[in-house]
Design a protein. Structure first.
Length: 504
């Protein structure tokens, strides 16, 4: 409906790996990383403005850019049961599959951010040290969509810290990644950063640490403030459940790490869990309360009554492009029963518990795996006053239910339905370069509690390398987490030199 003078409305970021519920409101979406594609979009728009061509010509030009998805060039068809029968292109010039954009080599981190003149949450300069994660946690959307792992060199990071301090005056730096202790040169980085900025009263934080005492050594080396507590994310409390989600840490390893944390001066450990993992029982939820108390007891043995545990228990929502994209989300009744159990059991001196509103979880679930028909629901809820629903005081849950009824859709279809393994998903034509076959295999492995090791030690042929073969070849060396790929002529009989895991 937009004319030549209307603005071009585009969106990007992790949420648009399934943009179908909001497809009707946008001209285009960017799948993947924006550093390079933003320039191409701007140039395309400028050329179009000078050309005086139609708006349709602009959309066609945008659809030709790697990583740009123009939803109006695709049309899904549905079976009678509401599942998708197929997704058809309405313009044959559009790619059959839109592949996510990546940058082969991360550019130096931005070190001149806008400095706000009000106090903000996370008032620090974020410096991304590594992109992607090879751990393969099955619930983790970021871990799947950000493959491959790419690291920045230590010198580049140190220079960025120095420049950021000089440019902003901010005294807190966050060295960010999905799993900071997996950064290959993390010890060197931490040691050199601690030395170089020792006399500048800078607080350098390293979030997203693995559950091992090495993480405590790293925080110690950085002389990180003990005030805000030490965060660990076991995500589940039984070893069975941690195998299912592919976060195989033993309870003893967790307790050992907790002991190291309390004995090195921290009083508070924050533990992040999720309820609602596939096949979870009330015993698994009870185990969360038990583990919280076990950690507190370890602390009491070391620092007495000062030991505290803060448990954050969110509710799992299965995400597109992950091995759990096939599983149902818990119902409101299941979530409430689990939260009630936790409220009764995870309590006592030194224990604090946080949880999510189940209605917010439902909203997240509808939008995460919804299809195009959800756009009518989004519009209907908006017309009824839903605007800032991510702020819990503004959540208009009834407006959403009314909008579902008006659109003739059943909310449970999107949340509580187990998908068939060969179901066509609303995001089927959008590719993160990790193959659906790999995700399905991983899902089936989860049902047998079969785990995968870090794929930096054994490549499982998830699909990233064949897709980005040329980029890997052009960027040899340790900057990437995936194995090196030799040029074709040097390969023996043409096979891809990957060590591939045995099939299940
Ligand atoms: S191609 Fe191999 S090493 Fe690279 S992300 Fe996939 S499984 Fe991991």
């Amino acid at each position: 409906e937009r004319g030549p003078r209307d603005p071009l409305v585009i969106a990007g970021g992790h949420a648009v790996y399934n943009p179908e519920p909001i497809h009707a409101f946008f001209d285009a979406f960017v799948l993947g990383e924006g550093e390079e594609v933003i320039h191409e979009i701007v140039e395309t728009w400028q050329d179009w403005q000078q050309s005086g061509a139609s708006r349709r010509a602009l959309l066609e030009a945008l659809a030709g850019i790697w990583g740009v998805y123009v939803p109006s060039f695709y049309e899904p068809h549905y079976h009678e049961d509401g599942t998708i029968a197929g997704i058809e292109r309405t313009w044959e010039g559009a790619p059959a599959e839109v592949r996510k954009r990546i940058v082969a080599k991360l550019p130096p981190p931005p070190a001149r951010p806008i400095v706000p003149y009000v106090d903000i949450t996370h008032n620090r300069v974020p410096i991304e040290i590594m992109r992607g994660c090879t751990r393969g946690c099955r619930f983790c959307h970021a871990g799947m969509v950000n493959r491959p792992v790419r690291e920045r060199p230590v010198d580049e990071i140190l220079e960025a810290i120095e420049a950021a301090i000089r440019n902003t005056g901010i005294e807190e730096i966050g060295l960010l990644s999905l799993s900071s202790s997996d950064y290959t040169h993390v010890l060197e980085l931490v040691t050199r950063a601690a030395e170089r900025f020792a006399d500048q009263h800078i607080n350098i934080s390293l979030p997203s640490m693995r559950i091992e005492s090495f993480s405590v050594d790293l925080m110690d080396a950085l002389k990180t403030s003990r005030r805000s507590g030490f965060t660990l994310a076991p995500e589940a409390a039984t070893e069975r459940m941690r195998n299912i989600i592919n976060k195989p840490v033993s309870t003893e390893q967790l307790l050992e790490t907790a002991r190291a944390i309390y004995s090195r001066g921290w009083h508070t450990i924050k533990l992040y869990f999720m309820i609602g993992h596939p096949s979870e029982t009330l015993e698994d939820v009870q185990a969360i309360a038990d583990l919280v108390k076990m950690v507190r007891e370890e602390g009491r043995k070391i620092i007495g009554g000062r030991a505290k545990v803060h448990a954050g228990v969110s509710t799992f929502v299965p995400k597109p492009h992950t091995p759990f994209q096939w599983v149902p989300c818990d119902t409101m009744e299941q979530i409430r029963a689990k939260q009630d159990l936790l409220r009764r059991q995870a309590r006592g001196k030194g224990v604090k518990l946080n949880w999510n509103n189940p209605r917010e979880t439902m909203l997240e679930a509808w939008l995460s795996r919804g299809d195009r028909r959800m756009a009518a629901v989004v519009y209907g809820a908006w017309r009824r006053g839903a605007k800032f629903d991510a702020w819990h005081e503004h959540l208009r849950y009834d407006a959403w239910l009314e909008a579902f009824a008006e659109a003739g859709l059943d909310p449970a279809f999107y949340t509580h339905r187990r998908r068939e393994i060969d179901e066509i998903f609303p995001w089927e034509h959008l590719s993160i370069a990790v193959r659906k076959r790999f995700l399905a295999q991983d899902y089936l492995w989860s049902r047998e509690q079969k785990t995968r090791i870090d794929c930096r030690h054994q490549c499982f042929a998830c699909g990233i390398l064949p897709t980005f073969n040329d980029l890997r070849m052009a960027n040899p060396g340790e900057g990437w987490g995936c194995p090196e790929v030799k040029p074709k002529k040097r390969r023996g009989r043409g096979e891809i030199p990957l060590k591939v895991a045995a099939p299940p």
